[in-house]
Design a protein around this ligand. Structure first.
Ligand code: ADP
Ligand code: ADP
Ligand code: ZN
Length: 222
């Protein structure tokens, strides 16, 4: 069955962590706009250079740039069975462009991960990412098995420059102003499910799978 899912949530809510688990469990493509921008920067191409100037200030990359990148990405063959969008859409314009590009009822479910501001800051200040595969870790909550190395691919872990506290505060402010309206937008469409984000990673996963009608028995993630 085709399934198209959006994961909404503030910076640090756990979108990337949960999208990776869901994509594995459901066999869907995981599409993370921030990861695509960071990969473009690593390649040194023009998209990366444009995105960097906004990302380092904690601002959103302009809608037309993000929309083009994501619409191209979801047209790829690995998205035919569906996809999980992580970090897109982030503005009403992006959401409308996505609805237009997909046919009516194009998105099946929007999962909204709720986390308090204080917890977001704790999570982002301890976040480490894999340079090769972008898997997120947390030095206290979710440490890698070998310090400094990715469990999945052995890649080197690093801290994002935009996870510095002042930039985090700016990103949360931008989220409140530009992304929060999407909760109402998808709520009115009857597609939104809120999930309590301040639980351990497996419990959040279970709630998200249940919201997708794929609830699993105990022990599935243990
Ligand atoms: P987002 O993609 O929404 O910015 P991440 O998935 O990168 O969020 O998670 C942010 C940080 O919080 C990471 O360091 C991650 O390991 C950690 N984290 C994710 N989910 C949880 C959770 N349920 N409890 C505690 N820490 C978490
Ligand atoms: P987080 O995991 O903290 O939510 P992301 O990795 O998703 O952050 O995004 C990092 C940065 O990339 C954002 O602060 C923004 O500058 C840019 N970005 C990512 N997705 C979008 C988007 N949909 N629209 C505009 N800018 C985006
Ligand atoms: Zn890795």
């Amino acid at each position: 069955m085709r399934m198209r899912v959006i994961i909404l949530g503030a910076p640090g809510a756990g979108k990337g962590t949960q999208a990776a688990l869901l994509s594995k469990e459901l066999g869907l493509a995981h599409i993370a706009s921030g990861d695509l921008f960071r990969q473009a920067q690593d390649r040194g191409d023009e998209l990366g250079a444009i995105a960097k100037s906004y990302m380092e200030k904690g601002l959103l990359v302009p809608d037309e740039v993000v929309i083009k990148m994501i619409l191209e990405r979801i047209a790829a063959p690995d998205c035919i069975q569906g996809f999980i969008l992580d970090g897109f859409p982030r503005t009403l314009e992006q959401a409308q462009a996505l609805d237009q590009a997909l046919s009516a009822n194009g998105i099946d479910q929007v999962l909204y991960i709720e986390v308090s501001d204080e917890e977001l800051i704790r999570r982002l200040s301890g976040r480490w990412l894999c340079r090769s595969c972008q898997a997120p870790y947390h030095m206290i909550n979710n440490p890698p098995r070998v310090p400094g190395r990715c469990d999945l691919c052995g890649g080197e872990l690093y801290q994002r420059p935009d996870d510095a506290e002042e930039t985090v505060r700016k990103r949360i402010e931008v989220y409140m102003a530009q992304t929060m309206p999407l909760i109402d937008y998808y709520g009115k469409m009857g597609k939104l499910t809120a999930v309590k984000g301040e639980q351990d990673i497996d419990a959040v996963s279970n709630d998200m799978l249940a919201a997708l009608g794929r609830g699993e028995g105990p022990g599935e993630w243990g």
